[in-house]
Design a protein around this ligand. Structure first.
Ligand SMILES: Nc1ncnc2c1ncn2[C@@H]1O[C@H](COP(=O)(O)OP(=O)(O)O)[C@@H](O)[C@H]1O
Ligand SMILES: [Mg+2]
Length: 314
């Protein structure tokens, strides 16, 4: 049975007239890994800040419900774990002492505190390095200590904001494993990233965010299937995009063509054949190609189809 744990309704946040978050709504199901995927500046961190109560929304609201009980506003904070994008650890203190410090902020004391520190260090696989100063840790290990800090008070929902940025591949895999293990114990996880491979691999459902709005929301499989195949992005030189698109749409291997600025986004079941067809048309019309990209059916292609932009360009 699916149970909605978190509902976000028409959330907005503006900073001095700029709408960083511009009407976001979704419901998160208990026990899922829910991804917010979008380029830098899309509004992911601002959305998370409002969901965790760090920022007051300009308008809209966030509500949490579990076992049919709506959480009071005073209940919310202690039941959420936040692993922020910017890390805040004391470099000269050991991981152990850092976690003791964070645990006290959450109101843990004495034996219970020490027990929790031990447990979370084991969860992130760094128990054996606990007494070393944070200074001596790699970027990835610091991230894992940050994740451990977010888990000290046994939250019901964990928010991870771009936890793999600046992390070596080995630590990145360790972080993925940590997240999957935590999720398998029932923890609901909200995960932001601008890396589509991560969202595709980790998340049960993904909200694709661009310019403060959700532009698509579904399972990775359904998002990719919505493309119905691959994409070709063709940059053209001399303003004949409309005619090329018109002729291209008549080609049997082309499903549809969208014109975005000076690019054509060609949707197709068969990129190879569609490409040959498009190049034929372009040749006959004496149009110059300025760029060409053939894309596998993946989230990058979904984003491109929806926005005309590449996630990677950002
Ligand atoms: N405290 C702030 N003051 C002013 N503008 C902000 C602030 N925080 C974020 N922004 C702006 O809001 C937009 C969304 O930012 P952010 O939520 O950090 O995006 P993301 O996390 O997806 O990279 C950006 O244009 C950013 O410059
Ligand atoms: Mg961010």
């Amino acid at each position: 049975m699916t149970e909605v744990i978190l509902a976000v309704k028409d959330l907005r946040k503006s900073f001095g007239g700029h709408n960083a978050v511009n009407g976001i709504s979704y419901e998160i199901v208990r026990g899922e890994i829910f991804g917010l995927l979008g380029p830098n500046g899309a509004g992911k961190t601002t959305t998370i800040a409002m969901m965790t109560g760090l920022f007051k929304p300009t308008s809209g609201n966030v509500s949490f419900t579990m076992n049919g009980q709506r959480w009071n506003s005073s209940d919310v904070k202690p039941r959420l774990g936040l692993v922020p994008q910017e890390m805040a650890l004391y470099p000269t203190l050991s991981a152990w002492d850092n976690l003791l410090f964070f645990g006290r902020i959450y109101g843990l004391r004495g034996r219970k505190l020490r027990e929790r520190v031990k447990i979370v260090l084991e969860m992130v696989g760094l128990a054996d390095r606990a007494k070393e100063p944070i200074d001596s840790y790699s970027g990835g290990m610091k991230r894992r200590i940050n994740i451990a800090a977010g888990l000290l008070h046994e939250p019901d929902v964990l928010f991870l904001d771009e936890p793999t940025v600046g992390v070596d591949p080995q630590s990145r895999n360790a972080i993925f494993e940590n997240i999957q293990t935590l999720n398998s114990t029932g923890l609901t996880i909200i995960y932001t990233t601008h890396y589509m491979e991560e969202a595709q691999r980790l998340c049960d459902r993904i909200a694709i965010i661009d310019r403060g709005r959700v532009i698509a929301l579904d399972t990775p499989g359904n998002l990719i299937n919505s493309l119905g195949g691959g994409l070709i992005r063709l940059g053209l030189h001399n303003g004949l995009g409309k005619t090329v698109a018109h002729n291209g749409r008549a080609h049997p291997e082309v499903r549809d063509i969208t014109i975005m600025d000076d690019c054509l986004i060609v949707e197709t079941h068969n990129p190879q054949k569609a490409l040959i067809g498009m190049l034929d048309i372009i040749n006959q019309m004496d149009v110059r190609v300025t760029s060409l990209e053939v894309m596998e059916p993946n989230l990058e292609a979904v984003f491109l189809q929806l926005t005309g932009k590449s996630l990677r360009d950002n």
